[in-house]
Structure formats: C-alpha cells, structure tokens
Ligand binder design. Structure first.
Ligand SMILES: [Zn+2]
Length: 190
C-alpha cells in the first residue's frame, strides 16, 4: 500500500526529525542548523531538461566531447574541473530516461562499464574510492555520477562528498588534465 503525495505530506510535515548532523564526521559545516519547513506537494513534478529527447544536451554532444565511448555508452567529465580529483558522467548513447527503461541489451553492458570506470578512476594517484550515484532530477537523459574520493580525507567519505565538492577549490588545470589523460588511458585499456 502506497501513499499519495498529499497523504505522505500530511503524515510527515508535523514530525520532521532533527538528526545530530553536527556530530557526523562528514558533515561539512560548523554551527547549528535548523530544518526547513517541508513544503506541500507541488502541483506538478520537476520538468527536466531534454524531456522526451527534445533539445537534449546529452544527445546533441558529439563523441569528441567525451572521454571514452563505445557502441552503447559514453563517458564525460564535468565541463570545468571539479573540487574532487575527478567527476565523470556515464550516459547511454541512446536517449533513455530511467534505469528501468534500459533495453535488456543495454542493461547487460551496464555492469561491465561501471566496473571499467571504477577501475579507471580509482587508479588515479591519491584516489581511494569512487562514489557512484544517480539522481536524475536535472536532465532527463540517464546519467550516473562517478565521484573520486581522495585517500585518507575522511570527511569526504559518503554522501556529503557531493556538497564538499562545491566547497573545495577547483582542481588545478594541470592536475585535472593529467587525471583526465590517466582515466582515458585506463578506460581504453579496459
Ligand atoms: Zn538525450
């Protein structure tokens, strides 16, 4: 039994909890924060860029905008150097919105591609782990995030790494270029 958005909101709005975020090792901020008031359900859901493949920025990109491609998948970095040593996006070549919409032949090649990217990014000097995420709320074209987490930077572990990325200064251009070249070679090597 599920809940309508209105029933969900009615149940939770007055019972918002307050986790001890300041005590979490990975919490990026000092000082107290207060939960925002939870807004009621919107009249419509988010509208995503490239919905239905119309005006889709991912579909329109040529292969040379990507770090690595094959018949099914394309991998590209963020447009500008990230705060983390590397952030990559994995996208199917065809316009698909949700993981559940992947044709079986694409779904079968997804696992090997994820493993390939994980091996490539985690082999960058100083990178301990690769966080693999999918939200899918901005642009509709299916894309997974691969965030490189530096070794022994314990505050950057886990989900707040994505917030920390916006707080860290951009990786210097020469290091970013070197990391990109390394990952490209590793992706090509498999
Ligand atoms: Zn697309």
């Amino acid at each position: 039994m599920g809940e309508t958005p209105e029933a969900f909101y009615a149940r939770v709005a007055g019972s918002i909890r307050r986790p001890d975020l300041e005590d979490w090792d990975t919490w990026p901020f000092d000082g107290s924060v207060e939960p925002r008031t939870l807004e009621p359900p919107a009249p419509t859901d988010v509208s995503r860029e490239g919905a239905g493949g119309v005006g889709c920025g991912a579909c329109d990109l040529p292969d040379d905008a990507f770090l690595w491609t094959d018949a099914d998948w394309r991998v590209r970095p963020t447009r500008e150097p990230a705060g983390l040593p590397m952030i990559l996006f994995l996208e199917p070549r065809m316009h698909v919105g949700e993981p559940g919409e992947l044709p079986d032949d694409l779904a079968r090649t997804f696992g090997p591609v994820v493993a390939r990217i994980d091996r490539a990014v985690s082999s960058i000097e100083g990178v301990e782990r690769v966080h693999v995420c999918r939200w899918g709320e901005g642009s509709e074209h299916l894309h997974w995030w691969f965030l490189a987490r530096p070794s022994r930077m314990l505050q950057l572990a886990s989900s707040f790494a994505e917030i920390w990325d916006d707080m860290l200064p951009p990786t210097p251009a020469d290091i970013w270029a070197s990391n990109l070249a390394h990952v490209r070679r590793a992706l090509e090597a498999g």
